[in-house]
Ligand binder design. Structure first.
Ligand code: GFB
Length: 320
């Protein structure tokens, strides 16, 4: 990969996509294609194929497909599964048809068996049932990995699959019901503080543990893998911070400045008891995360504040 390599970040408007596009620009990549509104509707096979025929990307980061937290997974399994199956099918088919050099597909840690040994090694994929609360979405991600594998075996395509840890950062989905735990709690803590609430509700028992990776680190890991990894096996993209949900909720309250009580709503699902990735293959290749969790949480909160403010002004402008 050189700064002249034609790179397509499929799903540029996602959490991962924004972080990757920002990093590629910082690294001096000057031939990014399909950025912003020029990205085709990837659920449309013909539009996706026409885009590849026209733009002929040489390297693709496939992070398209709707995603969401445990709430959205329970509320919209059909939409999440369909959107991820369609976008993955179309992009892999077009990438193969137009002879693209290399593709990194971003699956999800929820595709691991719910009770696999921790930290999660790629060898445990497919060895047991997945966490039910996100099974439709996870099955689509699992299928995406298997399809990359099939293209590699049948046509020799350099399609690599990465399994990211739970990511967070700017451009995430901060909706209180649909977002993942960090953006949803930042939003709800912010609203609770603004209203002067005495309590902040946290879903579940607070006991589950997750490995969190900052989107900027995840983007760096993706570029590192695109440049340096040619293995057949999928690769974990972790190296993040392992925390209980109660720890996360306390950190969020501190960052937002919410002084009230945390209340755990055990009528809400906990999901998987633990999700931590074994990222030794990536770390052994020399990659290292750079972000501090608390500083990353702070940056994410300030991005949210700024974004809400501009969103407010934009809305006002649009209304006029
Ligand atoms: O982030 P989250 O939805 O992802 O939930 P999962 C993580 C944990 O945080 C769960 C708790 O134990 C939740 O019960 N939690 C507490 C909350 N408060 C909240 C809240 O306000 N919102 C949310 N969302 N959670 C997802 C999968 O599972 O992992 C996705 O559903 C995807 O498909 C993602 O794979 C990486 O780790 O539980």
């Amino acid at each position: 990969m050189t700064p002249h390599t034609r790179v397509f970040v499929a799903g540029g408007n996602t959490l991962y996509g924004h972080a990757l596009t920002t990093l590629l620009r910082t690294e001096g990549f000057e031939s990014l294609v399909g950025v912003g509104t020029t990205e085709p509707d990837l659920t449309d096979a013909a539009a996706t194929d026409a885009f590849f025929a026209q733009e002929r990307p040489e390297c693709v980061f496939l992070c398209a497909g709707r995603s969401g937290g445990i709430g959205l997974n329970r509320a919209a399994p059909v939409e999440l599964m369909r959107d991820n199956l369609l976008t993955t099918l179309n992009v892999l088919a077009a990438a193969h048809r137009h002879g693209m050099a290399k593709l990194l597909y971003l699956a999800s840690s929820c595709a691991y068996p719910k009770h696999a040994a921790q930290p999660l090694k790629v060898e445990s994929l497919g060895t047991g049932p997945m966490e039910p609360t996100s099974e439709a979405y996870s099955t689509a991600k699992f299928a995406g990995w298997k399809l990359c594998d099939a293209y590699r075996r049948e046509y020799g395509c350099r399609f690599v699959t990465g399994f990211p840890a739970n990511a967070f950062g700017p451009h995430d989905d901060f909706t209180p019901e649909g977002g993942h735990v960090i953006p949803a709690l930042l939003r709800r803590a912010h609203d609770a503080k603004s209203r002067g609430d005495a309590e902040l509700v946290v879903w579940g028992t607070g006991a589950p543990r997750r490995e969190f990776v900052y989107s900027r680190d995840l983007a760096r890991a993706c570029l590192f893998v695109a440049r340096n990894y040619e293995g057949e096996a999928p690769i974990n993209l972790g190296g993040g911070t392992d925390l209980s949900i109660a720890d996360v909720a306390h950190a969020v309250a501190e960052v937002v400045g919410f002084k009230g009580r945390l209340v755990f709503d055990t009528t809400k699902p906990d999901g998987a008891p633990l999700k931590a990735l074994d990222s030794a293959p990536l770390l052994d290749m020399g990659w290292r995360p750079e972000s501090d969790f608390r500083a990353a949480l702070n940056e994410t909160y300030h991005w949210f504040l700024h974004h809400r403010a501009t969103e407010g002004r934009t809305h006002a402008r649009r209304a006029v």
